[in-house]
Design a protein around this ligand. Structure first.
Ligand code: NAD
Length: 300
């Protein structure tokens, strides 16, 4: 195993993949190992998806992996994953925040507990693990963090207010960490996958599930995990072999000298027209500067 034929070579790199006892996480862990990485495979303890089974699969293939049962929602558990990776392999290069749960409910029925539970695993889980890993990545001047959002977060989905909030939260988390990690050689990106898994087996129709093997998403994770990938702060959707970037864009808009609700209503098509819209890879300060430049010298 490890980088003999592939250009994207993770030999010598160490990765943590959370929620990797099954589904997408399992595919990511195996794909990373096939490309030479040593992998700490995490999932919850209990009767569910087993991290140890995935470790067996990787070692059978000739790779190196260790299993670690912990909930990423537990700060100490998440920090423990970093210590275990360092103890087992002596370094840490890649963090794949993949663990997740659903508590789908229409908003009218959604409870505060269900809202909190989903944020705890997806958003705080990624926070706890990345927070523990960050100092090591920063110190070695290299790292790759891959977070997991969802089309539901990017575009909205009925019955998933909790999940959508957590998932778009991860996009904001990614964008800011990409800015903070840039000088330290830490690349941070986020994927919005679409795949057949335990999470989607009762939601997606059979023909969609048949087209959406999780193994078709993991090559993107391997690339984002590699030194070959210098893109940071990106949002990428992937499923069934499709790959494409997703972006937040801002309309050119217009400047009103003395805005009234009526004038805004009248100009609504200009306010909402994204033609010629732009992104702000320099972050919120770049966007703020741009807005101020428009106000100072309105184009129309
Ligand atoms: N499958 C899709 O189409 C799809 C779409 C959008 C986003 N996603 C995201 O992809 C990720 C993987 O999902 P999947 O489809 O493979 O689902 P899955 O249910 O098969 O996998 C999620 C894994 O996370 C584990 N997990 C749950 N809570 C955990 C915790 N607190 N600590 C550690 N592990 C925990 C589960 O045991 C499970 O093995 C999730 O973040 C999910 O939201 C999936």
């Amino acid at each position: 195993m490890g980088g003999t034929v592939s250009e994207v070579d993770l030999t010598g790199r160490v990765a943590i993949v959370t929620g990797a006892g099954g589904g997408l996480g399992r595919s990511h862990a195996i794909a990373l190992a096939k490309h030479g990485a040593k992998v700490l495979v995490n999932d919850l303890a209990g009767d569910g998806p087993s991290a140890s089974e995935v470790v067996k699969e990787i070692t059978t293939l000739g790779g190196e992996a260790v299993a670690a049962d912990a909930s990423v929602a537990d700060p100490a558990g998440a920090a423990g994953l970093v210590s275990e990776a360092l103890a087992a392999f002596g370094r840490l290069d890649v963090v794949v925040n993949n663990a997740g749960i659903l508590r789908d409910r229409s908003f009218v029925k959604l409870t505060e507990q269900e809202f909190r539970d989903v944020l705890e695993v997806h958003l705080l889980g990624a926070f706890h693990l990345t927070k523990a890993a960050w100092p090591h990545l920063k110190e070695q001047g290299y790292g790759r963090v891959i977070n997991t959002t969802s089309p539901a977060g990017l575009f909205g989905n009925f019955g998933q207010a909790n999940y959508s909030a957590a998932k778009l939260g991860l996009v904001g988390f990614t964008r800011t960490l990409a800015i903070e990690g840039r000088k330290a050689g830490i690349g941070v990106n986020v994927i919005a996958p679409l795949a057949a898994s335990k999470m989607t087996e009762t939601i997606l129709p059979a023909e969609a599930l048949a087209a959406l093997d999780p193994d078709l998403v993991s090559p993107l994770v391997v690339y984002l995990a590699s030194e070959a990938c210098t893109h940071t702060g990106g949002v990428f959707t992937a499923g069934g072999g499709y790959f494409g970037r997703v972006a937040v864009t801002q309309a050119p808009g217009l400047v009103l000298a003395a805005p009234t609700p009526e004038e805004i209503a009248e100009q609504w098509s200009t306010v909402t027209d994204l033609t010629g819209g732009r992104e702000f890879d320099g972050g919120a300060s770049e966007q703020g500067d741009w807005v101020l430049s428009q106000v100072a010298a309105p184009s129309s």
